[in-house]
Design a protein around this ligand. Structure first.
Ligand code: ADP
Length: 635
């Protein structure tokens, strides 16, 4: 019979599996058991909602059959089974497109053995090739009288042919690879090893995982002096079958939670935090949630689907219930189990249920309080969390006109002049100088760029802390927040810094008035780029800088310009050229105004370009500037 080829992506993946770079080959069993359990779930769910499906709840089982002679391990279930088409579709291809590209890109700089491709892609079935050189899947779909057999030895393809099978369900028969120097595959035929693996990874599976085990007992009638023993076989259920979220919190180890999380939610790292919630009262439910340590590769794209799994008394009724999570907590994985939910709940009715809304509200509160606790008790961990998902929280601050500020304002971190460690707003306020009225921030593409802004330096010199906003969303988030504990935010690059004494302010004012004509001349020489030119004393040692006025800052202007579709919207920040009145350049300008206006015009342009560079804005016309400078050199 002609072999069918795997789809190209599947082929690559199989190749990786076979030459496995994964160190924990044992997880293949958890993947197969999980598939079997899902298949039973599907049928059980149908039996609950469709009267024509009559299968007794207690007849469901998953069975392990190890045959040492044949060197095979079989995982057999009596779940929904697969039709011929389903066999081909599900096992002949891996639908999750894009995952392999990701693999190539991401793994390049990671040591190979660290990458758990299985976990990353949720390609459970294929992991069986790590331990087998030949796999036979025999399946009969519920309600069908035909069985089909799928067989493959790996990359060279697979065959599907008609087969016999008593009853519905699926058998996955693995022919184990020969033992090699460093790899012992025979151990997967040993009772103790299989039992251990089930306990470790699949204890919570809701259907019995059974195995026939050999035992010995004293022969009846044998004498006490010369006891005789006989072997006999007995069925043993290997798992405790209590969903992990139904077990007592104190009874479940961290490792068990981590294993559950990794298997269910396809992650390769332990979660940063496990969140358990048991709600009693009007709505009763149990929630088990996890905060991942890493953002999934597609997290900040439109492909990412948020949601918690929804269970009704242990039966999963929806895989990703988006209504249960607000966008800003979309990174949370986990489930909610409530006996009060109807099995027939559909997406449309779901949106309307009060109950779900109430649960969502409580879940949100719980997540927020757990994050707050992590922030207070384990800063190191929180930093890891924030690195992965902080941007999402900041978007949350900004979203919906700042509606969620109360939930989020104490969970966000910003870079700050106070320390290398990012800070919360609360911490900033607690460190504020007594006479300080505002929360200062400086925006730049990096911390060092923001630090070097003349105005930022000046504020720091005055003994005030400055937040360095380095992410595009930062400034938008603060703008939406408007104030924190009654303190307004102040962009150090916007005009009024209000740092000096009344006397100092008066001097600056006078200096501007006395040189009004000259400043206006400079403004005209520069042209459209600036809305005003002013003397100031808040630039530390720097000669010039750009400040902005009005609602839009220079960095926000840059962000908006980069947004697709807004290139020509013409949103511009109003820029003011600030000249340090204490810098020698001020004197130079004044004397030129009296002696050589033509030169002053050229110098003005150069100063403006320098100010843009200092403020991280870049020059608008580099070649024009080049000519101007060389021209001045030749003067
Ligand atoms: P995943 O479980 O992540 O979807 P797998 O490669 O493990 O990926 O399985 C692919 C699909 O094959 C499953 O989604 C399921 O539809 C089907 N499948 C696997 N094992 C079984 C089984 N024992 N019974 C019925 N269907 C199965």
């Amino acid at each position: 019979m002609a072999k069918k080829q795997f789809k190209t992506e599947s082929k690559k993946l199989l190749d990786m599996m076979i030459n496995s770079i994964y160190t924990h080959k044992e997880i293949f069993l958890r993947e197969l058991i999980s598939n079997a359990s899902d298949a039973i779930d599907k049928l059980y769910f149908r039996s609950l909602t469709d009267g024509s499906v009559e299968v007794a709840r207690d007849s469901y089982e998953i069975r392990l059959i190890a045959d040492k002679q044949a060197r095979t391990l079989e995982v057999r279930d009596n779940g929904c089974g697969m039709t011929r088409e389903e066999l081909e579709q599900n096992l002949g291809t891996i639908a999750k497109s894009g995952s392999l590209d990701f693999k190539k890109g991401e793994a390049a700089d990671e040591p190979a053995e660290k990458v758990d491709i299985i976990g990353q892609f949720g390609v459970g079935f294929y992991s069986a090739f790590m331990v087998s050189d030949h796999i036979t899947v025999t399946s009969r779909a519920f309600g069908s009288d035909e069985a089909w057999k799928w067989e493959s030895s790996g990359v060279d393809g697979y065959t599907v042919e008609k087969a016999e099978r008593e009853g519905f369900g699926t058998s996955v028969l693995l022919h184990l690879r020969p033992d090699a120097e460093e790899e012992n595959y025979s151990e997967f035929l040993e009772d103790y090893r299989l039992k251990g693996l089930i306990r470790k990874y699949s204890d919570y599976i809701r259907y019995p995982i059974r195995m026939t085990v050999e035992r010995s007992r004293r022969k009846e009638g044998s004498s006490d002096d010369a006891p005789e023993y006989e072997q006999y076989f007995e069925d043993e259920t290997l798992n405790r079958m209590i969903p992990i979220w139904k077990r007592d919190r104190s009874e479940v180890t961290d490792e068990e939670y981590a294993n559950f999380y990794k298997e269910k939610y396809h992650d390769y790292e332990d979660p940063l935090r496990v969140i358990r919630q048991k709600a009693e009262g009007v709505y009763e439910y149990t929630a088990l949630m996890f905060i991942p340590a890493n953002a999934p590769y597609n997290y900040y794209t439109r492909d990412y689907e948020k949601g918690l799994q929804l269970y009704s008394s242990g039966v999963m009724i929806m895989d990703k219930c988006a209504e249960l999570l607000p966008d800003y907590f979309s990174f949370v994985k986990g489930l909610v189990d409530s006996a009060d939910l109807s099995l027939n709940i559909s997406r449309e009715t779901l949106q309307q249920t009060h109950q779900l809304k109430a649960i969502a509200k409580a879940v949100e509160k719980k997540i927020a309080s757990e994050l707050a606790d992590m922030l207070a008790s384990d800063r190191e961990k929180y930093r890891i969390f924030f690195k992965a998902f902080g941007t999402q929280l900041k978007y949350g601050l900004y979203a919906d006109y700042g509606m969620h500020r109360d939930v989020l304002k104490d969970l966000v971190l910003f870079e700050s002049s106070a320390s290398e460690e990012p800070t919360t707003l609360k911490e900033y306020v607690s460190r504020m100088r007594e006479d300080q009225k505002k929360i200062y921030f400086a925006a730049g593409e990096s911390r060092s760029q923001a630090e070097l802004l003349p105005q930022a330096e000046a504020v720091v010199k005055k003994g005030c802390e400055v937040l360095y906003l380095t992410e595009e969303v930062d400034e938008f988030a603060l703008m939406m927040l408007h104030e924190y504990e009654g303190k307004e935010f102040s962009n150090v690059s916007t005009d009024e810094l209000d740092l000096g004494t009344e006397e100092e302010k008066e001097t600056v004012k006078k200096e501007n008035e006395n040189n009004k004509d000259m400043l206006s001349f400079i403004k005209d020489a520069i042209g459209e780029g600036v809305s005003d030119v002013r003397f100031t004393n808040t630039l530390s040692g720097h000669p010039v800088s750009i400040a902005t006025e009005g609602a839009l800052s220079a960095t926000m202007e840059k962000t908006l310009e980069r947004m697709p579709g807004t290139e020509n919207a013409g949103v511009k920040a109003e820029k003011v050229l600030q000249i340090n009145m204490e810098h020698p350049v001020a004197e130079k300008l004044k004397s030129l105004y009296g002696e050589d206006k033509e030169k002053l015009a050229k110098y003005s342009k150069v100063l403006y370009a320098a100010a843009r560079l200092i403020s991280g804005l870049g020059v608008e016309d580099p070649s024009g500037l080049g000519e101007l400078i060389t021209g001045l050199m030749l003067d």
